[in-house]
Design a protein around this ligand. Structure first.
Ligand SMILES: Cc1cc2nc3c(=O)[nH]c(=O)nc-3n(C[C@H](O)[C@H](O)[C@H](O)COP(=O)(O)O)c2cc1C
Length: 356
């Protein structure tokens, strides 16, 4: 067992949120240290619509580094990009604990954190303190629970992080802020993207363009997906979608007694659903927006599946809980091994041959 895997195993003996806090502290203090190796150029990908160049397609999903404290360390572990947040305009404490659950038997997590974070000013100060970074760092923005104008919260967030992040994600898919997912409905989404678009055009004129993503839920039927595609393409300012956030559904397969906890489910049991929704978005979009695939990724094979479904890159979070931060290096080595075994020279070719 590697040191990092052992460290992850030790952390799992603590309650989940304590473990996360200890993990962040170990990263911040240098107790848990990455040893980044030179990246193999065969892993590089480019998100065309967004103009993002990634040294590899494996990103850290939002929610791990909510306050932008450890993005440098996580890039050091070899992630191709890191998404910080969700951050809200004002600090807020989130839901009462316990609010994070490990479903070990299912290699899954349920969380109902509720956007606990230190607010966008603290977040922005940390990004500003480290302007030169080893890879793209995204800022994922959301709305305060008690806000009287939620759309304005997104506008405030986008405005504050625009010039200091490498991309911005508008998160309307957390199940833990009541009503938030309603922003995915046609009318609300049109209004949201209208107001964000207006702000984005002004920011673009002042400080240049930024890739802009919308993060959606996996709990969408085909009609809802079609509507989101129509509205997001028509809005004009978005460059991509992140598919997906956690699910409020509970697949029959779940074994762990904690499966009935309220919240969003992530990890292995989310792979199938989130990848199916990703594929539906991909066929409806036909290349008009970039896609980042998230949900249940824990291996090179899973990465290949997401790329085959139409993603240009992927993100993961829950698998880190079980595998530790060295997981990303192992996934990259396995991707290179798969490429060697198939006798191909690029990830694109690998996606082609694995399709069979
Ligand atoms: C504990 C936890 C907290 C999360 N917090 C956020 C968040 O603040 N914002 C967000 O957009 N997604 C959040 N997510 C969702 C992840 O970014 C990701 O979309 C989802 O977990 C699926 O990926 P995974 O199966 O690899 O974990 C969170 C996930 C977990 C497990």
């Amino acid at each position: 067992m590697s040191m990092m895997r052992a460290a992850a195993a030790v952390l799992r003996t603590f309650p989940p949120e304590t473990a996360h806090g200890l993990g962040l502290a170990a990263l911040r203090t240098g107790l848990m240290q990455p040893h980044r190796r030179a990246e193999d150029p065969r892993l590089a990908v480019r998100l065309r619509r967004s103009g993002l160049e990634l040294s590899n397609p494996v990103g850290l999903a939002a929610g791990f580094d909510k306050n932008a404290e450890v993005f440098t360390e996580m890039l050091g572990f070899g992630f191709g990009f890191v998404e910080c947040g969700t951050v809200t305009p004002l600090p807020q404490s989130g839901n009462p604990r316990p609010r994070l659950f490990r479903l070990s038997r299912d290699r899954a997590v349920i969380n109902r954190m509720g956007f606990n974070n230190e607010g966008v000013e603290a977040f922005a100060a940390r990004l500003e303190a480290q302007p030169r970074r080893q890879g793209p760092v995204g800022a994922n923005v959301g709305a305060n629970k008690d806000s009287i104008d939620r759309i304005n919260d997104y506008v405030v967030g986008v405005r504050r992080v625009w010039a200091i992040s490498d991309y911005v994600t508008v998160n309307i898919s957390s199940p833990n802020t009541p009503g938030l997912r309603g922003l995915q409905d046609r009318g609300a989404l049109e209004e949201l993207l209208g107001r964000i678009g207006e702000q984005a055009r002004a920011l673009e004129a002042a400080s240049g363009p930024r890739p802009l993503f919308l993060k959606v839920a996996p709990d969408l039927d085909d009609r809802a997906i079609q509507e989101i595609v129509e509205v997001t393409v028509a809005a004009g300012q978005l460059t991509g979608l992140i598919v997906s956030n956690t699910t409020t559904t509970r697949p029959e397969s779940l074994q762990d007694p904690q499966r009935s906890e309220t919240g969003g489910l992530s990890g292995a049991p989310l792979l199938e659903r989130s990848t199916a929704v990703l594929a539906t978005f991909a066929s409806a979009l036909d290349g008009r927006l970039d896609l980042i695939g998230a949900g249940g990724v824990s291996s090179a094979q899973d990465v290949v599946r997401k790329l085959q479904a139409g993603a240009g890159a992927v993100q993961l979070y829950s698998a880190l809980v079980y595998e530790g931060p060295d997981l990303v290096s192992r996934i990259k080595q396995d991707l290179l091994r798969l490429m060697d075994a198939e006798g191909v020279r690029t990830l694109e070719e690998l996606i082609g041959v694995s399709k069979g």
